[in-house]
Unconditional design. Structure first.
Length: 422
């Protein structure tokens, strides 16, 4: 499976080690590089210091470059460097001129921990992807390359709903020993309700399956680990998500890397269960876009800046969709989802609350299980028998005017008909 470049250009340049600028590398570590290795040419993540005065960003980039250059020179780097540790290192370097949210006295830029660090890791990924596309399919793998870790954890539940385990390399090996299918959800309460309903319907007697919780910003490590799992064993995956830009964006992001099916909330799901979107919807509220008006331009109203933010998020969702390998027909269906929630949204919790109010003694996740079973019946899937990959044609979206092209892809037999599965 080939990877997809992240937004932006290749973010690295080449330099002789001894000639690297102190704006790009913490020079205190030069003493740890043997003289003969200082003559070698290496790559580094270039920070455009002439275009910005964000000192926190410069220091983050320098620390990541330390690991990157040491890695290329086969020199030891810290076994693990947590993103939160990078924050404290930078705060110390800046003499405390940065608060717990990553804001400095110089600029109210993105959260330093989840914004700046990920920004440079994505730049590094684009270089690693060019060098080895088979290994570096997703930008989260750039974290592993530099031994950078985040606090987010991914919880996995077995079919008996015992205490959760952490999804990691050891868990992946255990899971991959026998056939299985996955239920993935960004809301833990909905996931647990779904899994309990499967137990009541006695799925555990016939199938082996796991539930994965994507809550608390666990999407990045989850996608990375699921890509690794997909390389060991083929599997069916089903996702429950909010009907908003964030929820469908998570779904599109996963679909870039492995086959996954949405089982709600989406417009087709709502039509099947007979629930009116108006009964669940709420306004999509966002913070107005920050930034100064360009010289000579009229000052923008709060409403105009809010719409700019929405337009940016809508474009991000569309960009993620355009990077998926789906049919022309499926692409149009997914695009309609983006249009559907461009002004209003519906959360998983709004539907489960709606069902609890109707009958508190029935499963609040019954709609999702019913829709899941409908897809099983329509597609005639054997949930544990995913055939080996075979070569087929698919239609890929390639341009803003709606152009498509034919390309080759390795797909599984159960994806013969896209129109019935989502």
């Amino acid at each position: 499976m080939s990877g997809v470049l992240e937004k932006g250009t290749i973010g690295t340049k080449e330099v002789i080690v001894k000639n690297i600028s102190p704006e790009q590398f913490p020079m205190k570590y030069m003493k740890d590089i043997p003289e003969e290795k200082r003559e070698r040419k290496v790559k580094y993540m270039h920070f455009h210091t002439e275009k910005t005065k964000i000192r926190a960003g410069i220091e983050v980039n320098k620390l990541l470059n330390r690991n990157y250059i040491f890695k290329q020179l086969d020199l030891p780097i810290p076994k693990e460097l947590w993103k939160r540790e990078i924050f404290y290192l930078v705060r110390k370097i800046l003499g405390g001129e940065i608060d717990s949210k990553g804001k400095t006295k110089e600029s109210r830029y993105k959260n330093m921990e989840t914004g700046m660090i990920d920004y440079y890791l994505k730049k590094l990924f684009n270089t690693l992807k060019e060098e080895d596309p088979e290994i570096y399919q997703y930008w989260g793998f750039a974290q592993d390359y530099l031994n950078v870790f985040s606090k987010e954890i991914v919880e996995v539940y077995d079919k008996n709903m015992g205490p959760p385990s952490l999804l990691n390399n050891d868990t992946i090996k255990k899971i991959s020993r026998t056939p299985f299918f996955l239920i993935i959800c960004e809301k833990l309460s909905t996931l647990k309700a779904f899994m309990r309903e499967l137990i009541i319907r006695e799925y555990g007697k016939k199938y082996n399956y796991y539930g994965i919780n994507l809550g608390k910003q666990a999407t990045i490590p989850a996608v990375k680990l699921l890509i690794e799992l997909s390389e060991i064993r083929n599997f069916h995956a089903f996702c429950m998500h909010d009907l908003d830009m964030s929820g469908i964006g998570i779904f599109f992001n996963m679909k870039r890397y492995f086959d996954i099916t949405s089982i709600g909330i989406n417009p087709e799901f709502l039509e099947y269960i007979g629930v009116n979107f108006d009964d669940l919807k709420e306004l999509w509220e966002v913070e107005p876009k920050k930034g100064r008006t360009k010289k000579g331009e009229p000052k923008k109203t709060k409403e105009e800046r809010i719409q700019e933010t929405k337009d940016t998020l809508i474009k991000l969702s569309q960009d993620l969709l355009n990077k998926t390998n789906v049919s022309e027909e499926q692409h149009k269906i997914y695009s309609s989802w983006i249009d559907f929630c461009s002004e209003e949204r519906a959360e998983l919790d709004s539907l489960t609350a709606y069902r609890l109010e109707e009958d508190m003694y029935k499963s609040k996740a019954r709609d999702f299980v019913n829709y899941f079973e409908k897809l099983m019946k329509d597609c005639k899937w054997n949930l544990l028998r995913v055939k080996d990959f075979k070569k087929k044609d698919y239609i890929r979206y390639i341009g803003p005017e709606g152009e498509y092209e034919i390309a080759d892809k390795y797909e599984t037999d159960y994806f013969d008909s896209y129109k019935t599965i989502n």
